[in-house]
Write a protein that binds this ligand. Structure first.
Ligand SMILES: *[C@@H]1O[C@H](CO)[C@@H](O)[C@H](O)[C@H]1NC(C)=O
Ligand SMILES: *[C@@H]1O[C@H](CO)[C@@H](O)[C@H](O)[C@H]1NC(C)=O
Ligand SMILES: *[C@@H]1O[C@H](CO)[C@@H](O)[C@H](O)[C@H]1NC(C)=O
Ligand SMILES: *[C@@H]1O[C@H](CO)[C@@H](O)[C@H](O)[C@H]1NC(C)=O
Ligand SMILES: *[C@@H]1O[C@H](CO)[C@@H](O)[C@H](O)[C@H]1NC(C)=O
Ligand SMILES: *[C@@H]1O[C@H](CO)[C@@H](O)[C@H](O)[C@H]1NC(C)=O
Ligand SMILES: *[C@@H]1O[C@H](CO)[C@@H](O)[C@H](O)[C@H]1NC(C)=O
Ligand SMILES: *[C@@H]1O[C@H](CO)[C@@H](O)[C@H](O)[C@H]1NC(C)=O
Ligand SMILES: *[C@@H]1O[C@H](CO)[C@@H](O)[C@H](O)[C@H]1NC(C)=O
Length: 718
């Protein structure tokens, strides 16, 4: 704290003239550590005297210069320029010699990004590249320019032994001359991506023996030409989006540590099995190597031959494990040989979007597989043996295939499944599902099949927590029998053809928390249809054909928080149908064309209930009262909309209809007294046992109906 205050004092007491480097843009971020933003040129900045010259402190001066001309240094204080350690300059310099770098011998990081540079002028006779004096330089970023000639650029008077990273990404480089990086043997990262490089040669890279990351992606490279042979320490090689047809194995095999080998989006048709094995003993235990070959033209994955297997045999005395993540997606693979994956210790295999009709590989090679993606193939069966040792499998995607059954036999040895995806297959019925999910619970997607029946007996699909059955052919909900699925908490049955629900339709477990029945054709729900679902928190019934909600429909939903009845045709609604829903906090009635909403049932409601009313036809009188009651705290019911409207009549953005003269009141509103009486009776009934309740309910309703009829006739025909 004391240091910070001292520094602030130092900063303020130093006599700055707020000119090109405004004072409020200067920040001391540590002892002798500054961050300064200047415009056009660097002027009138003075550091504290302790931080100047050959200071005892580690002086860090980070300058960002906006809108600079390339001669901004002329007239600037050379002593200050010499103090800069990090420089970011923005300007427009089509042709430049970067002469401002001449005296910046303390510079460590240089960013000249997006400055429209087309040419950097160098004088190759005098070996006068613009960076020649930068003895401390660590990072040079020249990305997003239009530089094409990099020949003499990186020449130095003294070898820059701290140089770590160079980026020339997004330029116009076509050729990398032989001696370009010859002096940069300390380089760790080199980015040449997004250029127009056609040819690679060994020379430019031969001294980069410390290089760990090389980005050559998005160029026009056809052949590797052994260019990478000397990059003994390379860990990450990016060659994606080039025009490589054949992988030059000699070049790759010398790289002992290659962890990322990305050669996706090229023109490879054949792969050599020696591509896969690595010098495993060079890796740390648990390293995951990535081999990315997606988006090529591979048709066939050959065996790793016995000789190669011998050559790369793992060190069995110290059982270190380096795993492999293999991506072969988006190829045209029709065949994988039995021993194709030997010695790989696959952790993750992506074979999606290929042309596989079978997946028969040595099960020993799949022991560690956690992720297997076979989506988008032509599979209509799974070969049991291949899966027999896959004890680690967690994420299995078999979507977009031609399976007519659920491959539970193949998956019977897995105990750790978390995601199983079989969407877009041809399964019509399932009467068992003998698999066990991960102890933390599993997610199964069976959407977009032709399923009309699914029965999961007790002790099957153990651990199934979420089940997606949307876009199937379910017309009778009773054929979805999941009562013994004790772990199931979410069920999605949207986009099916369910017409009605009665007391026995939903054969679902008690623990279910979320049920989605939206986008069906439900026109009728009988009382007690959700009777056993006492844990349900969210119920979606939107986009159905409901016109009437009878009393008792939502009976038993004592935990329900969210109810979505939007996009139905419910014209009139009585809040007393929600009587059991004592925790309801969100009710959507959007787009029903609702004329009448009797909210009296909510008068004694204990907590806030938000009711969405977009796209309805409620009277402004009703709405005004409901809004006033809510704002005054008389009622907990908050009428609102998701999207406020500006056209037509509305209150607070909620649309409503002006009361028309001679508006016919609906019958059950006719007699206020009757309403109050029945409300009282109903409340009393609530205390009764459920059997009593049901009995009395009918009696009361019957009586009330008769009285109502009498009263109505009296009211109208008096
Ligand atoms: C940028 O610099 C030029 C002269 O170099 C000047 O004309 C222009 O106004 C400056 N723009 C800004 C935003 O400072
Ligand atoms: C590589 O470095 C050596 C010195 O270590 C030097 O003699 C040689 O010229 C360099 N190679 C290239 C291609 O610049
Ligand atoms: C691949 O290896 C398996 C087992 O060693 C062998 O049966 C099969 O014939 C081999 N395939 C080819 C094409 O060599
Ligand atoms: C490597 O890690 C695994 C677990 O990740 C462990 O069982 C094994 O003993 C480790 N091997 C060595 C040599 O450390
Ligand atoms: C596979 O190809 C499709 C379209 O051809 C593309 O959208 C997708 O990103 C590709 N997947 C990968 C992993 O490259
Ligand atoms: C499997 O691959 C497909 C296509 O490449 C992709 O869309 C899907 O997300 C992948 N599945 C998983 C679980 O990653
Ligand atoms: C299943 O795959 C489809 C597309 O292939 C994807 O949209 C869906 O989210 C996946 N489901 C799961 C549970 O990953
Ligand atoms: C859907 O189920 C009905 C019977 O409920 C059947 O007639 C129809 O063919 C099924 N449609 C498909 C696509 O399976
Ligand atoms: C409201 O009701 C009138 C007639 O009663 C009808 O013409 C109009 O379309 C309805 N508006 C909505 C949003 O349903």
């Amino acid at each position: 704290m004391k240091e910070v205050i001292t520094l602030l004092v130092i900063l303020i007491s130093a006599s700055f003239v707020a000119g090109n480097c405004p004072l409020d843009q200067m920040h001391a971020i540590g002892l002798c550590s500054y961050r300064i933003v200047c415009i056009n040129t660097i002027k009138d900045v003075k550091l504290h005297s302790d931080c100047q010259g050959s200071s005892n402190y580690d002086v860090k001066v980070d300058v960002t210069l906006q809108n600079a001309s390339e001669t901004f240094h002329i007239g600037a204080d050379p002593e200050f320029l010499a103090m800069i350690t990090t420089l970011t300059v923005h300007g427009n310099w089509p042709r430049t010699d970067l002469s401002f770098l001449e005296d910046m011998y303390r510079l460590r990081n240089l960013y000249i990004v997006n400055n429209n540079i087309q040419q950097i002028i160098t004088n190759d006779i005098e070996q006068s590249g613009p960076f020649r004096n930068l003895v401390s330089i660590e990072v040079i970023d020249l990305s997003h320019n239009q530089i094409s000639n990099i020949g003499e650029l990186f020449q130095f008077e003294i070898r820059p032994s701290s140089m770590q990273s160079i980026s020339l990404a997004y330029n116009s480089i076509v050729e990398v001359p032989g001696d370009t990086f010859g002096e940069l043997s300390s380089l760790i990262e080199l980015d040449l991506s997004h250029n127009f490089i056609r040819e690679l040669r060994e020379e430019p890279f031969c001294n980069l023996t410390h290089l760990k990351t090389l980005r050559l992606n998005n160029n026009k490279i056809k052949y590797l030409n052994g260019a990478l042979k000397n990059l003994y320490n390379l860990r990450h090689l990016y060659l994606t989006s080039n025009q490589i047809q054949k992988i030059d194995m000699e070049s790759i095999n010398t790289i002992n540590h290659l962890e990322t080998f990305d050669i996706s989006k090229n023109l490879i048709e054949k792969i050599d099995p020696t591509l896969f094995p690595r010098h495993w003993k060079h890796f740390n235990n648990g390293t995951i190597c990535k081999i990315l070959l997606s988006d090529n033209y591979i048709t066939h994955v050959p065996n790793v031959s016995i000789e190669i297997a011998e050559r790369f045999r793992r060190n069995s005395i110290t059982p270190k494990l380096a795993y492999t993540k293999l991506d072969l997606s988006n190829n045209s693979i029709t065949h994988i040989e039995y021993n194709a994956f030997s010695l790989l210790e696959l952790k993750s295999v992506d074979l999606s979007n290929n042309k596989l009709t079978d997946f028969i590989v040595n099960p020993k090679d799949l022991i560690y597989v956690r992720y297997l993606n076979l989506s988008g193939n032509y599979l209509n069966r799974l070969y049991y043996e291949s899966f027999s040792s896959m004890h680690s499998l967690q994420n299995f995607d078999l979507s977009h295939n031609y399976m007519e059954y659920f491959p539970d036999q193949s998956l019977s040895n897995t105990q750790n499944l978390k995601y199983v995806n079989l969407t877009f297959n041809d399964i019509l019925e399932l009467h068992s599902l003998r698999i066990t999910f991960h102890p933390e619970g599993g997610y199964l997607d069976l959407s977009n099949n032709g399923l009309s029946a699914l029965i999961i007996p007790d002790n099957e699909a153990i651990g199934l927590r979420e089940l997606v059955l949307s876009h199937n052919n379910i017309s009778d909900a009773y054929l979805i029998r999941l009562t013994d699925q004790h772990d199931l908490t979410r069920l999605d049955m949207s986009y099916n053809y369910i017409l009605e629900l009665d007391e026995s339709s939903l054969q679902l477990p008690e623990k279910l928390g979320v049920l989605d029945l939206s986008f069906n054709d439900i026109y009728r729900i009988a009382p007690s249809a959700f009777n056993r679902m006492s844990n349900l928190k969210t119920l979606r019934l939107s986009h159905n054909n409901l016109k009437i909600i009878d009393h008792g429909v939502f009976r038993g939903l004592t935990s329900l928080l969210n109810l979505d009845l939007s996009f139905n045709q419910i014209g009139q609604l009585d809040s007393k149908v929600f009587m059991d829903l004592q925790y309801l906090s969100l009710l959507s009635l959007r787009h029903n064309g609702l004329n009448v909403l009797d909210s009296d049932g909510w008068l004694s409601y204990k907590q806030d209930l938000t009711v969405y009313l977009d796209g309805n036809n409620l009277s402004c009188q009703w709405l005004a009262k409901a809004l006033t009651d809510f704002s005054r705290g008389y009622s907990k019911m908050n009428p609102t909309v998701l999207e406020t409207v500006m056209v037509g009549t509305s209150i607070q953005g909620i649309p409503c209809e002006q009361e028309v003269q001679n508006y016919e009141k609906p019958k059950y509103l006719a007699d206020e007294r009757l309403l109050i009486v029945s409300q009282k009776i109903l409340e009393a009934v609530q205390e009764q046992t459920s059997l009593m309740k049901r009995f009395m309910w009918h009696a009361i309703l019957h009586e009330a109906e008769q009285r109502n009829a009498r009263n109505v006739s009296r009211f109208y025909f008096r």
